[in-house]
Structures are given as C-alpha cells and as structure tokens.
Design a protein around this ligand. Sequence first.
Ligand SMILES: Cc1ncc(COP(=O)(O)O)c(C=O)c1O
Length: 465
Amino acid sequence: MLLDELEKCASSGALPMHMPGHKRNISAFPWLSSLGGTLDITEIYGFDDLNCPEGIFASLEQRMAALRGADETVCLVNGSTSAVLAAITSVLPSGGGLLMCRGSHRSMYNAAELCRANVYYLTPPTESSFGITESVEPYEVERMLDLHPDIALVAVTSPTYDGVISDIGAISKICRSHGVPLFVDEAHGAHLGIGGFPESAVTLGADLVAESLHKTLPALTQTACLHINHGLVDPDEVRRRAAMFQSSSPSYILSASVDACVSYLEAEGERAARRWLEAVRRFEDTAAGFSRLRLFTGGDGIFARDPSKLLISTAGTDMTGVSLMRVLREKYSIELETANAETALAMTGMGDTDETVARLARALSEIDGACRTAPDRGSPAPEVRLPERRLPAHEALSLPSEAFPVSDSVGRVSAEYVWAYPPGIPILVPGEVIDDGTARTLMSDTSLHSTKKRLPHEIFCVSAF
Ligand SMILES: Cc1ncc(COP(=O)(O)O)c(C=O)c1O
C-alpha cells in the first residue's frame, strides 16, 4: 500500500533535498501531523466553497493577496497546472497569438492546445557552462511583439526549474506599452519577495502569476495560487476558468494546508525566509571552496538566480550528475530533486534548516575531495535548437497518425508530445519535424515519456507528411 511505503520513507531518516517544501519537518510545522483524514469534509454548511469563495475562503484569498502584493488571488488545490490553464485560457481568444518560452512546462502547451493558439516561441540561449536555459531578454519580447501584432498574451517562466530568473520588471513594461497582458509562470517562486529572496513577478508588473505553494513553502502537494493584478485581464473570467480546471469538490485538507501556510507566512515568513537564505548562503560559501564540483551562481545571460536552487555541475570530474545523485542517496541518505549527465539539482525549501543544508554541504565537500578530474566530456547540454514546425500542435493532434520506428522517423511530423519528468518540458511537440539529433535522443534517452508510450522504439507521426 502506498501509505505503508510513505510511512517507511518517513521513518527511513533520508534527508529530502527535493519537493515538497515542508520537508516532513513536523517540529517546525506541527499542523502537518494532524492533517489527516479526520479533517476531510466537503462543502457543508458554514465551510464555504473554494470555487465560489464568500466566507472563510474569501478571507483566505484576501490574506494571500495582501501577503503577495496582488490585487486579487485565487487559491487552488490542483497545482500550478490548473493556474496555468486558467490564466492562459481566460485571456487568449481562440486562435490568438501566444508568445511563450519553448522551455515551458507541459501545462502551458496544453493551454495553448485548448486555445488553438498561434504559438510564437522565445528561445533564450543555453548557458555554456551548466547547459541551462538563460533568462528571457526583454528586447526579444519587444522584437516579437513588434513583429507579430496578433500576439494577445505573453507568457514567461521565471524562475525556471533551474532557478533562472528573467527581468520581469522590464518585460512587464514592454507588454504594458503594447497593451498585451503578461502571465508569469512562477510555479517555482512562491517564496520570492520574502525575507531577502529576489522580488516576485506579482509586484513587478505581471498581470497574472501562477505559484505552486507546495514546491518551496510549507504546504501540501497540489496547493497553488493564481494572483491577479487588475487592468488588462478580467478577474471574473479568470475565476470561471480556475473552477473549470479543478475539482468541484476541492480538498479541505489541501485547503487547510494553504490556510496554515498563510498563517505561518504572516507570523514567521520573513524570519523563516531569512534563516533559509542564510543557510543557503553558508552552503554557497562552502561550495566556493570545492576543487572540482561547481555550484551554479549565475553569469552572462542570467538576469538573476533563485538562491534556493542548488545546481551542481560535475563537468570535468569522473562523476556524472546521475552518479552524484546516486552516491548522495546510497552513501549519505540524501535524495536530490533530479540529475542528468553533467548536473544534479538539490532543491531547498522553507522546511530546511541550517543543519539540513549543512548536511548536504558536508556530503558534497567529501565527494568533492574524493572525485577525480577527468577529460571534459564536451558541452553539458546541446544548444536548444528550435525544431522546424510544420503544423500547430492542435492541428497535428487532430490528423490521422501512425506509429513509425524511431530510426525511420527523421523528416516526419510528430503527432505526440515527448518529455522528461521532471521537469515536464516537451522536447518534441506535435507538429514539429523530427530531425536526426532528436531521433537519436528518442532512441537513447530512457528517461523520456511520450503520449503513446512506444518509445524508444516507435513514435506516432502524422500520416499525411
Ligand atoms: C515551470 C512549471 N510550471 C508549472 C508546473 C506545474 O506545477 P504543479 O505541479 O503545481 O501543478 C511545474 C511543475 O513542475 C513547473 O515546473
């Protein structure tokens, strides 16, 4: 039973260097221990309705809006996934122009598909040392808005999964001067603006901002918010869409965890975030002394970085990111968020303490001392190339398709999404032409998922192309 497995995991003593942000830290957030089935009710008299808030939930949303500096906030229990879907579908007319990052989460692609959007991509370069996507350049947003007057919504992901922040202040000014609303997917940044962390998009001029509470704050998985700043978007339509993308019986257990999280932030948020930030700064000091492993601290093309994300490069050593993740798990009982060929990502959250972050630092110091230098394996990640797009995704998905051997798919038009989870960013989108490099990745990368589940052998392609 899953419950047994969860109990086993909880008593294993493993340090959770990954989501969710509460980190099973019952002593810091004692309400977590009692958030069990006994609290699970439905919309009975006196308990309000999260999809139509008039009582306790209306006041919860007002408190959250005040805390984050938004004009209005919608609380959600179906993750930022529902916030992204609600934000985009509430603003974008059917067939409207959507300017979005190619490295967006799947929910953004799903929203674009539902709107039959005319998608334009922002493709920031890949940072050469860690192989991660750089910040979105404001001038690129301006160039695209000038070039494509049908763009009705700009959607930017900031921070990214790797902790890269874009200049949302400048981007929002550009959007405003074009009369186009700006949506920021801040799923990874619900802690921004608190206790010394970089400023949140909510107070930097974005019209709509999605935040997952569960990724970094003390709240249960699936809890999220959609913040609204008035002017260019219709709050009633945003709320109507939000209710469309979550259950009509939103969990009271999850909602109670949002309520408790807001109370905690109101009372302790600034202090807790400062403690967390200080712990992370001490980690940075330790990492500055590493001989071989390297911590990502920013650089050219990076507007700002979310310090809560600890991205470690193993390039130039005899370890891969994956082997670093395995050693931390097997020898130190520390579980990371994710890893790939050259990097490994540790996520800190408000549930971390000085000691948990120091424990990770000690383990990495030991590993740094024990690993060897090795010849460079080449660039950490290939430059993100924008695949040729033959059809919009919604069209490719509606046409007859058939399975082809991946080895025979070069030049064909994909009828499927292909992604790795985490982070849930599609590497192939329906309507895109499969090139040689993509076909090789599909055959060799066993972590990839596809809608039709035939990888690494077959991929569904549009029959007519
Ligand atoms: C950038 C980004 N946006 C949105 C989401 C969806 O968030 P949630 O899991 O809260 O639905 C994720 C999830 O990983 C994400 O990484």
